[in-house]
Design a protein around this ligand. Structure first.
Ligand SMILES: NC(=O)c1ccc[n+]([C@@H]2O[C@H](COP(=O)([O-])OP(=O)(O)OC[C@H]3O[C@@H](n4cnc5c(N)ncnc54)[C@H](OP(=O)(O)O)[C@@H]3O)[C@@H](O)[C@H]2O)c1
Length: 253
């Protein structure tokens, strides 16, 4: 397929690389960030532009990978009748693209994507489409880059997935960041915690997170919990989260 990528950030870079590896042609990269767009275009042996009026008109698929709040502005006055146009956001309705083309949809990668990740990283794909043509094309494109089954997810379902994804990925990572900062301050090594982090994540492939819970909160070890809270009294952010999480674990049914 011939694809135009709109955006030059994390999702544009990772999906573009996957498309190339699957044998598709990137016809053009459009981005307001001219240097990032030309960098990707060089990598993919294609052209780039930072002028909306110069967007190539003859591709099969146009993929919009810009921040959720910028999609409206980017598609303003963009007309690609007859073409399949999709954005990559979980929490934005596909209807935002209805004036761009009657064949519009969503191409949502349920993965935490960063430019520098390897092209082999597995990405579960969720798609939504306005009509049979865009569904068939987006499904084919998703299948070409994902070894897992491609799922269909309308606006309401993607929004729910996004909430769950924020909790398991973004919030967990923030806890790592707080713990790393705490370790640095206390002169202990955060790296020594990596086997524990990996074991905890891997365990939930076989048992549910509720069953997998360990630690002083679920055991109701009150003296230990008090010692921890006392130790965190000069670190308000971690102190508040520790108390909140302990209560949440103890009240969890
Ligand atoms: N990253 C993920 O893990 C992930 C996963 C699934 C879905 N998504 C979705 O994919 C979309 C893109 O996310 P991302 O992580 O790739 O974002 P990103 O890395 O921040 O890249 C955003 C791109 O959009 C451009 N941009 C920002 N504001 C703009 C504006 N007002 N007008 C025009 N272009 C603008 C940026 O250009 P500049 O360099 O000039 O700022 C950059 O090229 C979002 O809808 C997000 O919800 C992300």
């Amino acid at each position: 397929m011939e694809i135009v990528i709109i955006g030059s950030g994390n999702v544009a870079s990772v999906l573009g690389r996957k498309f190339k590896a699957a044998g598709h042609t990137i016809a053009q990269v459009y981005s307001r960030n001219a240097s990032a767009a030309s960098h990707l275009a060089y990598e993919w042996d294609t052209e780039s532009t930072n002028y909306k009026s110069l967007i190539y008109q003859k591709a099969d698929v146009y993929l919009i990978a810009v921040p959720d709040d910028a999609i409206d502005e980017v598609v303003n006055e963009l007309k690609l009748p007859g073409k399949v146009v999709a954005h990559t956001a979980a929490s934005v309705s596909r209807d935002i693209l209805k004036d761009v083309s009657p064949h519009h949809g969503v191409f949502y990668p349920l993965q935490s994507l960063r430019k520098e990740m390897p092209v082999t990283t597995e990405i579960p794909m969720f798609i939504d489409a306005s009509d049979d043509k865009s569904r068939r094309i987006l499904e084919e494109l998703a299948t070409s880059i994902s070894a897992e089954k491609v799922s269909s997810a309308p606006d309401s379902e993607r929004l729910k997935f996004h909430v769950a994804a924020v909790v398991v990925s973004n919030f967990t990572n923030h806890l790592y960041a707080l713990a790393e900062q705490y370790c640095k301050k206390e002169g202990i090594s955060f790296k020594q915690l990596l086997p524990l982090i990996e074991e905890t994540a891997l365990r939930i492939r076989t048992i549910s997170p509720k069953e997998a819970q360990t630690g002083p909160a679920v055991r109701h070890d009150r003296d230990t919990i008090q010692k921890h809270i006392e130790l965190l009294k000069d670190d308000p952010a971690l102190h508040n989260i520790y108390v909140l999480m302990t209560e949440s674990i103890q009240q969890f049914k």
